[in-house]
Design a protein around this ligand. Structure first.
Ligand SMILES: [Mg+2]
Length: 280
């Protein structure tokens, strides 16, 4: 799951908020697309924060806001990546530990930060576990009804696929039954079309549209990026869930596997963490 979502994030990262003409010309899945000032095949904040969540999960420790905040700070400082919202990026780079992060954060955002990192939480055994942990981590940075609901929905999508709750085409309606629409987005099963904006529910609804649209991972990645807008996050959320679905062909192009960054916290590290994560 982690390698696939990182591939989606790294590939989508080259297209985040790019012009539709650029997306149409380069969204061919032939390889990572180089952008000025950015290394092709490098993942973004979505994957880095997901790694932090996954590490806390495999540690087996009881979740607290401080434990999560510590891990967000550690993951960033040991291997700084781009893609964070500017103010959060600045704060992360300034703070020395989780206590300082919690003290200085103003967690009023309803954007996608808490949803993009929630995927591994869906592996937990029960829906209540998923809702509890998705909310706890969301409240650190996105303590708003919409920010929390988006994180819960993203994690529930993984839960549905991993635990084979039902056919993939029904995943968004299943989430609607658990998280009644009360945050102003019209319901999780409402198909998304067009450019994806910054609110968390937008990325999640777009990812659910990609998931229920069918195809293998390659087609889903292409479809996510073709939406334009915040597509690295859409691809991260969609591929986290799709990689756990028995219905979805695991057909990401070899070049995307090969060229994903593979430094200390790159592809091989993600694969190793993935193997541990699937046994929690
Ligand atoms: Mg990102």
């Amino acid at each position: 799951m982690l390698v696939e979502l990182a591939i989606g994030d790294a590939y989508g990262g080259s297209f985040e908020h790019a012009y539709p003409s650029f997306v149409a010309e380069h969204n061919k899945l032939a390889g990572y697309v180089a952008q000025p000032g950015a290394q092709a095949g490098r993942y973004t904040d979505d994957t880095q924060m997901t790694i932090a969540i996954a590490e806390v999960l495999v540690s087996g420790r009881r979740w607290t806001p401080l434990l999560l905040a510590e891990q967000f700070v550690r993951a960033y400082h040991r291997d700084p990546h781009d893609g964070y919202a500017p103010r959060f990026h600045q704060l992360l780079s300034e703070v020395r530990d989780g206590e300082e992060l919690l003290r200085r954060l103003q967690p009023q955002s309803d954007k996608s930060g808490a949803a993009m990192r929630a995927g591994p939480i869906g592996l937990l055994p029960t829906v209540d576990d998923v809702l509890y942990h998705a909310k706890l981590q969301a409240r650190i940075t996105h303590d708003t009804p919409a920010g929390i609901a988006a994180a819960q929905a993203a994690a529930l999508a993984v839960h549905y696929c991993h635990h084979r709750v039902g056919p993939l085409a029904e995943v968004a309606r299943w989430i609607d039954g658990i998280l009644p629409e009360d945050v102003g987005h019209g319901g999780w099963a409402l198909p998304w079309s067009g450019k994806v904006g910054p609110q968390g529910w937008m990325s999640v609804r777009a990812a659910l549209t990609v998931l229920t649209g069918g195809g293998g991972l390659a087609r889903m990645l292409h479809t996510a990026v073709a939406l334009t807008g915040d597509v690295d996050t859409v691809a991260t959320i969609a591929l986290a869930a799709a990689s756990r679905s028995p219905e979805v062909a695991q057909d990401l192009p070899t070049a995307l596997w090969r060229d994903l960054e593979n430094g200390e916290f790159g592809r091989d590290y993600l694969a190793g963490l993935d193997a541990r994560l699937l046994h929690i």
